[in-house]
Each structure stands twice: as structure tokens, then as C-alpha cells.
Design a protein around this ligand. Structure first.
Ligand SMILES: Nc1ncnc2c1[nH]c(=O)n2[C@H]1C[C@H](O)[C@@H](COP(=O)(O)OP(=O)(O)OP(=O)(O)O)O1
Length: 171
């Protein structure tokens, strides 16, 4: 089983008196367009596999720095997601969000970062499960979820079959 993380940096930008501004109140999330590996070509949060001896928080901080050059702090645990492939747990993923960070998002070989208004998150270009749990995470909720895929490796080519979700959980 792979232990992995996702980190969603959040910010609120001022839109002034812009009459065309949408209903997000300027709230944005930093997404990446994945340039290689699992989920290549799709949007997701920065993140990746935990290294031996590393806590999930340490992993999320390291991966966010490596992928987009942002130093995140004060991570808030927002979710625990289990991705099953053909009945076996393939990946256990810890989800974090934060409003504390320094640096400017910078592209890397692995990822192209993009600030996205939370109402414009491109769910049609993401893992199919994301639309089920990410909106709640971006609204400040906590979630525990199990998502079942079938069809063999790699996970990002398997069929998403069904899921269970529990909201407002404690970690
Ligand atoms: N189903 C689903 N939905 C949303 N997010 C994910 C999944 N499955 C997943 O694996 N993920 C996430 C979890 C991780 O953040 C990434 C996959 O990590 P990966 O890019 O393989 O890990 P790295 O450590 O960055 O990879 P290498 O640098 O070792 O190649 O997707």
C-alpha cells in the first residue's frame, strides 16, 4: 500500500468592485497540472508519496516545495482517502489545506501550478472521485472516504466503480 498526500493552499484575493466577479468572494485554490507519473495531464493538489520515516505533514510540505516551490505551514488535516484497486487498498492519502505559505508558485518538471477560483475547479480534468470530496474540503469540511476502482494497474486507467463518504470527521 502506498501512503501519499495532497495539499491544497488557499488564498483570498481582492476583486475590488469588479461587476463581472463571480460568487467565490475571491477565494482561490492552488492546483497543479501534473506533468508526469500517476494522473499525468490531470489537475490535482500538490502532493505525492511519503518517504520512509516521514510523517504525512512532512511529506505534504516537501512535495509542495518540490513540485511548485511553495513553503507551506500550519497544515490543517482535511481528509483521509482510501483508493482501492480490485479490492485491495492501493493508496492511503492524507489531505491537507492551508492558508499559510511563502514563496511564489513556480513550475517544475513534475507540475504546472495555477491559482483557480474555487467555483472554477476543472473537475472534468481531474480524478473522477475529486468532484465528490474536494468541494467540501475547499469549504472547510473534513472527510473520510473510500473509492473503489477496478481493472488493474495503473490506477489512473482503472474504472471508478463506487465510493463511501463520511463528513465532519475528527482526525
Ligand atoms: N483517485 C485519486 N484521486 C485523487 N488523487 C489521487 C488519486 N489517486 C492518487 O494516487 N492520487 C494522488 C495521491 C498523490 O498525491 C498523487 C500520486 O502521487 P505520485 O505523483 O505518484 O507521487 P510522487 O511521490 O510525486 O511520485 P514520484 O515523484 O515518486 O514519481 O495522486
Amino acid at each position: 500500500m502506498i501512503e501519499a498526500t495532497l495539499c491544497f493552499p488557499l488564498r483570498t484575493i481582492s476583486r475590488g468592485d469588479d461587476p463581472t466577479a463571480d460568487g467565490d468572494d475571491g477565494r482561490e485554490v492552488l492546483l497543479i497540472e501534473k506533468r508526469r507519473g500517476l494522473g499525468e495531464g490531470w489537475y490535482n493538489g500538490p502532493g505525492g508519496k511519503c518517504e520512509p520515516g516521514e510523517t504525512p505533514q512532512e511529506c505534504a510540505v516537501r512535495e509542495t516545495r518540490e513540485e511548485v516551490g511553495l513553503d507551506v505551514r500550519d497544515l490543517e488535516k482535511a481528509g483521509e482517502l482510501r483508493f482501492l484497486l480490485d479490492g485491495e487498498v492501493h493508496t492511503f492519502c492524507h489531505v491537507f489545506r492551508t492558508r499559510s505559505f511563502t514563496g511564489e508558485p513556480t513550475p517544475s518538471e513534475e507540475a504546472r501550478p495555477e491559482w483557480v477560483p474555487i467555483g472554477d475547479v476543472p473537475y472534468d480534468q481531474m480524478w473522477e472521485d475529486d468532484r465528490l470530496w474536494l468541494p467540501g474540503v475547499l469549504e472547510g469540511k473534513t472527510v473520510r472516504g473510500e473509492f473503489r476502482f477496478e481493472g488493474g494497474e495503473p490506477l489512473d486507467e482503472a474504472a471508478f466503480v463506487d465510493h463511501d463518504l463520511e463528513w465532519d470527521v475528527s482526525f
